[in-house]
Design a protein around this ligand. Structure first.
Ligand SMILES: Cc1cc2nc3c(=O)[nH]c(=O)nc-3n(C[C@H](O)[C@H](O)[C@H](O)COP(=O)(O)OP(=O)(O)OC[C@H]3O[C@@H](n4cnc5c(N)ncnc54)[C@H](O)[C@@H]3O)c2cc1C
Length: 495
């Protein structure tokens, strides 16, 4: 292959990249997308998601602008609630301990609904997230935790719909083509050096948008930046996000920013493969722990399973599991709550134990001290506030009294057989540290000035997430900043 040229070159073909490509094309630019993965593994982490997406809205009228085909029956039987701009600000501030870049947060929130409407106009369809984000109360579905919508067909559907939109817009996607370096001439980015098999070639461009994901699939960088033990985490998604986009930009003087020792990581099946498996998607996750308890190798609880709605705790509890002896934890439930467990508990590839007594279960929890476990359950059962009613749709305050590791909500006695237990380890989703950008998606250099010709969006942007993350924000961030970066790049390349 000889040297090629285009006006806007986008690195990656996940949600952020395809949003950027579509926005650049809207500016009249000729757009080329490079995807490192082969066609069968395309779409990055975006394809592994359930498509849950967090945006600010004031209720049904706003929702109808992105889901106009909601039936009358669905409207009547559902309490979608609202998730206002203030709610979103509160959540981003609280979970990131007010470290998130306020300008990026404001841009994310204020563009969230408009960006969904834009995606809809491009052909992306949305539906209510009944299965995962709502419980039925008095015959009506009630949504909780600020998330009510997902893309049609989940992550695979999202990638397919965006890819179809890109093809319709005349955007070319080169698969199995990896960007390895930026072409940087006289202070300006003028394209990339690409590799396809053994062939190395230049692709010249008026502007480049980096949307190649974080460094979660790079065990060495994980250990280097997140710390010892992170090489042992399983990767929940794509094996292709090894930090290339971040490295290429840092090599030419981009500023790094954000929580480099932080990441999104969850409880994930203990026997899941090293990288994600597209036939399972996000099914290895085990997110219903607020309704049970989690114990470690000593048989002891180690974290408040009911500290908050799972949307606000799941992304930080992977790290807590990684810190346990042997990097694993068992989640334990009894028959009273089994109907509340999400569908991921019923997949075929699950590490599960069942028993009719706690003593029998104790003997089946691999690598767990049985005596410690039985003592722990006895102490936990004695501490549950049974006088407070249980309600999974609110933070019900039904906690424990007097335990060193409290459970703050949704505490139920473990006393109704059969008992079920699920073995988890730490699954890393994506990393938080990355490149510094402006609110228009322009990459900033280490002196604080925009680098001409270089834009970025998605996971490889730093400064938005610290310590933790509100569920559904990864896709929203990729869409909002992808669209902004793509528009900026399109204008720069055609202007
Ligand atoms: C199992 C799982 C479930 C999730 N569920 C949700 C959810 O429901 N809602 C939510 O908001 N978020 C969810 N997330 C997080 C979400 O996936 C990410 O935040 C988001 O998809 C990141 O989008 P992106 O475009 O930045 O990266 P990606 O979608 O990962 O795309 C990056 C792309 O860059 C390509 N690439 C990498 N290096 C190169 C290179 N050198 N040259 C060319 N291409 C390259 C990769 O192949 C990939 O296609 C989930 C993640 C996982 C793993």
């Amino acid at each position: 292959m000889t040297t090629r040229d285009t006006q806007v070159l986008v690195v990656g073909a996940g949600n952020a990249a395809l949003s950027a490509a579509l926005a650049a094309a809207e500016q009249g630019a000729r757009v080329l997308v490079l995807e490192r993965a082969p066609f069968d593994e395309r779409g990055g982490n975006s394809r592994f998601t359930a498509g849950a997406i967090r945006f600010a809205h004031n209720g049904l009228q706003d929702l109808l602008t992105v889901m106009p085909d909601l039936t009358m029956e669905e409207r009547e039987k559902t309490d979608f609630g609202t998730y206002t701009r203030d709610d979103y600000f509160d959540d981003m501030g609280r979970v990131t301990r007010f470290r998130a870049d306020p300008d990026l947060v404001e841009t994310l929130i204020d563009n969230s609904l408009a960006t969904l409407q834009w995606m809809k106009a491009k052909g992306v369809r949305f539906q209510p997230s009944y299965g995962r984000q709502a419980f039925k109360v008095d015959g009506r579905f009630r949504f909780w935790g600020g998330l009510c919508l997902e893309t049609w067909g989940g992550g695979p559907g999202l990638v397919d719909m965006l890819t179809a939109a890109a093809e319709k817009a005349g955007i070319e996607i080169l698969y199995e083509t990896r960007a390895v370096d930026l072409i940087h001439e006289k202070g300006e980015v003028r394209g990339v050096v690409a590799r396809r098999g053994q062939e190395i070639f230049d692709i010249r461009a008026g502007a480049v948008v980096l949307a190649a994901g974080g460094f979660e699939a790079n065990a060495e960088w994980r250990t280097r930046y997140l710390g010892p033990g992170w090489d042992l985490a399983r990767v929940r998604g794509t094996r292709f996000n090894t930090g290339d986009g971040i490295r290429m930009a840092l090599d030419i003087g981009a500023m790094s920013t954000g929580n480099w020792s932080g990441c999104h990581a969850v409880g994930w099946d203990r026997n899941a493969p090293e990288f994600g498996d597209l036939t399972v998607g996000d099914g290895f996750q085990k997110h219903s722990y607020p309704f049970g308890i989690m114990v470690n190798a000593a048989g002891r609880r180690f974290v408040d399973e009911g500290a908050d709605f799972r949307n606000y705790t799941y992304a930080k509890y992977g790290r807590v599991i990684l810190d346990q002896p042997g990097q694993f934890a068992w989640q334990v439930f009894d028959s009273k709550v089994v109907h509340l467990l999400r569908d991921e508990y019923r997949i075929r590839r699950v590490t599960k134990a069942t028993a009719n007594t706690l003593e029998e279960l104790a003997g089946k929890l691999d690598d767990v001290d049985a005596k410690g476990f039985l003592e722990e359950v006895a102490a936990y059962n004695a501490a549950v506030m049974t006088d407070v009613p249980f309600n999974p749709t609110i933070k019900d305050g039904r906690g424990t009294r007097g335990l060193a590791v409290p459970k703050s909500n949704w505490a139920n006695l473990l006393d109704a057989p059969p008992f079920e237990a699920y073995a988890t380890t730490c699954g890393i989703t994506f990393t938080f540290g990355g490149l510094k950008i402006t609110t228009e998606g322009h990459v900033i250099d280490s002196d604080g000035a925009p680098i001409p010709g270089l834009y970025a969006a998605g996971e490889l942007v730093g400064g938005l997430f610290y310590f933790n993350y509100p569920g559904g924000t990864g896709l929203m961030s990729g869409s909002v900043f992808g669209r902004l970066a793509g528009s900026s790049a399109g204008r720069a390349a055609t202007g």
